[in-house]
Design a protein around this ligand. Structure first.
Ligand code: C2E
Ligand code: CA
Ligand code: CA
Ligand code: CA
Length: 284
C-alpha cells in the first residue's frame, strides 16, 4: 500500500513509525536529560598485554531514561550529533571522566598512573572550544595531560583538512594521547596515518573476532601482524578491543599488541569496579 507521500508510506509501516516516534522523542528529550543528570558513565579497563596490569579505562556514556531504562550510546549519540547536543554532552563526559581518573590516581598511587580514554565525536573536534575546554578541565581537576587519551574514529579523520587536525595537534603537543578508534573499519592508508597526530591505534573488534578459535585463521594473523609492525614502525602503540577469550588475548600478546580491552577482562562497569581491579592488581 505504498502511496505517493513519504509520510503516508511511513504510517503504513507501524514499526518504522514507532522507531521514528522514539527517535523524535529521544531527540527532543536529550537537552532536559543533560540538565537533569540522566547520563552516567561506565568504565571498561584497559589492560597491558605484557603483564595483565590495569593501565586505565575507557569512559562509555549511558542514558538512564525515565521510561525506557538504560540506553546505550548507539541509541542516542547519533541523535546528539545531529542536534549539536553532543558538544555539551561530550564536555560533560570529559569532565566527569577526568575527575574520576583523578580519584583513581589518588587512591591507587601505588598501582601506577591510571589513564582515562574518552571518545570524541567529529562535531566536538570541529568545535572551536575543544582545546581551551580540555585544558581548563584538566587544570581544574588536577590531572596531567599525559593521563588523558582522546579517541577519534578513523572515519572522522580520513580526509580531514588541516583546520580540523590543528586542535588535535595542539592537544598532542601538550602530552594528551590521541587514539585512532575503530582502526581498520574505514578506508585507511599509510600516507594518511603519517599525516595524523595520533600515537595510538585501536584495532577494531572485527580483527579480534577473527581470532576466536585457536589456532586462528592464518590470514587474520598475518593481517594483524602487519598492522602491528606498521604501527610500531610509526611509533604508535596498539590497543585491541573486543577481547572475549584468553586464547585471543594470548595470540594478540604474541603478535605484539600493547594493550587490550574486552569482556575477557571486564565489561564496562561503575567506577568502583576499577578500584577493585586495580587493587587486586597492585596486591598481586
Ligand atoms: P567504541 O568506542 O568502539 O567502544 C567499544 C564498544 O565495544 C563499547 O560499546 C563496549 O561496551 C563494547 N565492548 C567492549 N568490550 C567488548 C567485547 O569484548 N565484546 C563485545 N562484543 N563488545 C565489547 P558501547 O558502550 O555500547 O559504545 C558504543 C559506541 O558508542 C562506542 O564504540 C563509541 O563509539 C560510542 N560512545 C560511547 N561513549 C561515548 C561518548 O562519551 N562520546 C562519544 N562521542 N561516543 C561515545
Ligand atoms: Ca572508543
Ligand atoms: Ca572502538
Ligand atoms: Ca567499535
Amino acid at each position: 500500500a505504498k502511496s505517493a507521500g513519504g509520510n503516508r508510506y511511513e504510517l503504513a509501516d507501524p514499526e518504522a513509525d514507532a522507531r521514528a516516534i522514539t527517535r523524535h522523542g529521544l531527540t527532543t528529550a536529550l537537552p532536559a536529560a543533560l540538565d537533569r543528570g540522566e547520563f552516567f558513565i561506565e568504565y571498561q579497563p584497559l589492560v597491558r598485554l605484557g603483564d595483565g596490569s590495569v593501565r586505565g579505562a575507557e569512559a562509555l556514556v549511558r542514558w538512564l531514561h525515565p521510561q525506557h531504562g538504560v540506553l546505550g550510546p548507539d541509541r542516542f549519540i547519533p541523535l546528539a550529533e545531529h542536534t549539536g547536543l553532543i558538544v555539551p554532552l561530550g564536555r560533560w563526559v570529559l569532565e566527569e571522566s577526568v575527575r574520576q581518573a583523578r580519584v583513581w590516581q589518588e587512591r591507587h598511587a601505588d598501582a601506577g598512573p591510571m589513564r582515562i580514554n574518552v571518545n570524541l565525536s567529529p562535531m566536538q573536534l570541529a568545535h572551536p572550544g575543544l582545546v581551551a575546554d580540555t585544558v581548563e578541565i584538566l587544570e581544574r581537576c588536577g590531572l596531567s595531560p599525559s593521563a588523558l587519551c582522546l579517541e577519534v574514529t578513523e572515519s572522522a579523520l580520513i580526509g580531514a583538512d588541516d583546520d580540523l587536525l590543528k586542535p588535535l595537534r595542539r592537544l598532542s603537543e601538550m602530552g594528551v594521547d590521541i587514539a585512532l578508534d575503530d582502526f581498520g573499519t574505514g578506508y585507511s592508508n599509510l600516507a594518511n596515518l603519517r599525516r595524523l597526530p595520533v600515537n595510538v591505534l585501536k584495532l577494531d573488534r572485527s580483527f579480534t573476532q577473527g581470532m576466536q578459535q585457536f589456532p586462528a585463521d592464518p590470514v587474520d594473523l598475518k593481517i594483524v601482524e602487519g598492522i602491528v609492525s606498521l604501527a610500531h614502525g610509526l611509533d604508535l602503540s596498539v590497543t585491541v578491543e573486543g577481547v572475549e577469550t584468553g586464547a585471543q588475548a594470548e595470540q594478540l600478546r604474541v603478535l605484539g599488541c600493547d594493550t587490550a580491552q574486552g569482556w575477557y577482562y571486564a565489561r564496562p562497569g561503575p567506577p568502583d569496579r576499577l578500584h577493585e581491579l586495580a587493587l587486586a592488581d597492585a596486591t598481586g
